[in-house]
Design a protein. Structure first.
Length: 192
């Protein structure tokens, strides 16, 4: 495992974002992995994991090249989701993936509010120059979020993945955000 980098610690109007630590592994979080409604849009099998398995997974993230960042409600302090961000230092780019496991926050702008804070942090404080995301073409809520936030659709990867449900080939979208694009959106006040 790489030596740990600088952990993430941010706040938005409604949420706290911070790098996960193994002690964050909870039954609540384990339950999300066992919920087909949460895992289906990610094309991941619903499999319940143990707290020990989850803690080991969390420990693999070094806050340098790979980040696992929890999203917590400010009002209740409750864990509602997480981001996995994988950085390619050579290219100063990173893939952003998000799971909002608490369904009460679905459709409530939790993704774009929290992702805006992360984009600003990674672009302005961590040297990132490009962020990208690859939702499945059938993940309509995530595609809506990318478009609403001003990400550019860079292409469609036809038949990129196999469906875990029926083995059919699935298309995957490629969205991108350059640092200069983010700065322009931020300046215009259209970032979330």
């Amino acid at each position: 495992m790489n030596p740990p980098g600088r952990p993430v610690s941010l706040a938005t109007e409604r949420f706290i974002l911070r790098s996960h630590v193994p002690a964050d592994a909870s039954e609540r979080w384990c339950g999300w992995a066992g919920d087909p409604e949460i895992m289906g849009p990610l094309n991941m099998p619903a499999q319940r994991s143990t707290r020990e398995q989850l803690a080991k997974y969390v420990a693999q993230h070094d806050n340098d090249r790979n980040f696992l960042i929890g999203v917590f409600s400010k009002a209740m302090g409750q864990h509602i989701g997480f981001y996995q961000i994988d950085v390619t230092k050579l290219h100063r780019s990173a893939g952003f993936n998000v799971v909002i496991g608490d369904k009460q926050y679905w459709g409530k702008n939790a993704v774009n509010e929290t992702r805006a804070a992360l984009l600003t942090d990674f672009f302005e404080r961590r040297g990132l120059e490009k962020a990208w995301g690859q939702p499945l073409a059938r993940n309509f809520p995530m595609i809506f979020n990318y478009k609403q936030q001003g990400w550019r659709l860079e292409g469609i990867l036809r038949g990129q993945c196999l469906s875990i449900v029926d083995g059919t080939r699935l298309d995957q979208y490629q969205f991108g955000m350059l640092r200069d694009d983010w700065r322009a959106l931020t300046k215009a006040g259209t970032k979330s």
